[in-house]
Design a binder for this molecule. Structure first.
Ligand SMILES: [Mn+2]
Length: 289
């Protein structure tokens, strides 16, 4: 028995959004692009790059994905019907092939390049930038709608305009890098204006660049002269969870993965206070349990 599908729930990146747009050509259903996955309970949905391990529960749904090491087809014990084909570079290509949907070669390649972060074509570079400028505010419904209608020309024009703004992000990235400072021997930090979406985008790029040279990189978001939140990342084999634990005791909500996470201030902290809290938190890394 095939699951009864009432909505489409998809990953919110280019691949997921394009995949959802393509899929909605065969099932004209409401589209959802949840930004927070862990608390979700999903039933009777077509899930595009949303799998049971990422949500609270997922049942009686169609799961379409290209992540993983082994292909998977057919039903599982929760009544989910799987179409998992890891040989695909993108779920959008998988969907186009599986349902024989029109998906221009140029776009197919570009989305695959974006999804695998190997930006060879002009179009993929454009798509990448148009997303990176404001990942949260990426107009997923609008983009999916254009894909559904096969309005590729309009979509390209939109992406072109949007990416021009990325220029601003690149300039901001340089500024942030210039003002980055050593916090401890193994860490560096910089501050950015949280409410400036260009700076917010630039903070991600600046972190990636700094991570190449420094074990722990911290971006501190400032709003109205106060610390609002921050991101901590490492590309070394360092377990950041001790840092989150320490920060939680100091008036922050904090959490994340071993290698990347964040914090929000609960109390109104000044930058000086937060930097001191971070220094103390980093010291926890040396302590043995
Ligand atoms: Mn993908």
């Amino acid at each position: 028995m095939k699951p009864n599908i009432l909505r489409i729930v998809a990953h919110g990146d280019w691949d997921g959004v394009v995949g959802a747009g393509l899929f909605s050509r065969i099932h004209d259903l409401p589209l959802e692009f949840p930004l927070e996955l862990p608390d979700l309970t999903i039933e009777n949905a077509a899930c595009i790059e949303i799998t049971p391990d990422r949500v609270t529960s997922l049942r009686n749904s169609l799961i379409i994905d290209h992540h993983g090491t082994q292909p998977r087809q057919g039903m599982d014990e929760q009544g989910n019907h799987w179409i998992l084909e890891p040989e695909y570079k993108a779920v959008s290509s998988l969907i186009a092939d599986h349902w024989q949907l029109e998906f221009p070669k140029e776009w197919r390649t570009a989305v695959e390049e974006v999804d695998t972060a190997s930006l060879k074509s002009k179009l993929s570079q454009m798509l990448w930038k148009s997303y990176r400028i404001d990942a949260k505010g990426f107009p997923r419904q609008k983009v999916a709608e254009m894909v559904k209608k096969g309005n590729w020309k309009r979509l390209q024009e939109w992406a072109e305009k949007r990416q021009a703004e990325y220029q601003k992000v690149e300039e901001k990235t340089k500024e942030l890098l210039k003002k980055s400072e050593k916090l401890t021997p193994e860490s560096v930090y910089f501050t950015f204006q949280f409410n400036d979406r260009f700076e917010r985008g630039a903070s991600k790029d600046a972190m990636l660049i700094l991570e190449e040279k420094i074990p722990i990189v911290i971006a501190v978001g400032i709003s109205e002269e106060r610390v609002k939140s921050g991101t901590i990342a490492t590309n070394k084999n360092i377990d950041l969870t001790k840092i989150y634990q320490h920060l939680r005791k100091q008036g922050y909500t904090s959490g994340g993965h071993k290698t990347v996470g964040g914090f929000q201030t609960l109390k109104n902290k000044t930058l000086e206070q937060t930097l001191q809290d971070l220094i103390n938190a980093i010291k926890q890394l040396q302590k043995r349990v």
